[in-house]
Design a protein around this ligand. Sequence first.
Ligand code: GLN
Length: 381
Amino acid sequence: MRRIDSKLPLVGTTIFTTMSALATEYNAINLGQGFPDFPMDKSLTSLVNAAMENDFNQYAPMPGLPALREAIAEKVLLCYGTLINPGTEVTITPGGTYAIYTALTTILNKGDEVIVLEPAYDSYVPNILVNGAKPVLVPLDPSNFSINWDAVRNAVSPATRAIIINSPHNPTGAILREEDIIQLTHLVEEHDLFIISDEVYEHLIFDGRPHLSMLKYPRLLQRSFVCFSFGKVYHCTGWKMGYCIAPEAMMKEFRKVHQFNCFSCHTPSQVALASYLKNPSAYLELGSFLQKKRDHFTDLMSTTRFNLLPSYGSYFICASYGRISDESAAEFAIRLTKETGVATIPVSAFYQDGFDGKLLRFCFAKKESTLETAVAKLQKI
Ligand code: GLN
């Protein structure tokens, strides 16, 4: 048997898979992997059923169903005040992660460098490496997870092609501020960089703060691949449906990669989403819906020895366990799953060098009863 010369020799199984499997094995409450445990809206599943019954069961067009791309363009106008061309600037993808991978594959050649801010969602670095390119890692400020723009500027070299931005941020719940947009604009214009913007948590933003999407800033949008997830917006992460928005010339190249990979996405879901998107309240109410869960979880956790950090958006909130244990985050997360019955994600897994700030990530996109049962267990330690 010929041996495969691995493109990803140092990569193992993702932390989400590992912790979810451990949660199942030990019958622990899973506050690790980011997915809701409450049901999605039945009217959306009915629309998918109806689409199947009505025989929308063959290939959709490669870039996505036109009606869905038009509905996305209307949503973009409503949310961000920007006119995008649904014909040439939107592509439906099997999930946000695939959109990010495809965008990176579209722009990267061997030897190119991409700036990745850490802690970082775990797909970014392997997506860069598999393309023969090099991730250049820049830590966020460990005190509040803001972007250290001096460090970012120092990381730029003549080989830098792009920077990955993620707001609201997984795993920390940090969000971009206007000053970040100003700094980002200077950086990408001075060095002529692409932006890969992971905005899958666009509507999961709290306390009335606006989501500063690349779609709002023409100078940024003209060099951005902006990646979104229907799974995160409509509580159906298992659908693996998302989309990417980019200027026409960039999207043309993106589609060249996409058409020989996935070709096109699940047709009945696209038919359903095209009509469901016409109801903005389903996504506009999401922030306050999740904010209540964040606040409930925060109140409950105040009765434990964990110290929660602020979360301004996303499904996630991080907590320090310094008052409970000196173990590494990975060891502590495993023991917490096995002995206490609550699965989390060690934040050290979001750093390539395993930097350990002794933090765990909790997903609070769960039923109140799930959060309450989990915290009752956490109170005991
Ligand atoms: N985005 C989800 C998280 O951060 C997980 C996605 C996955 O398991 N690949 O938990």
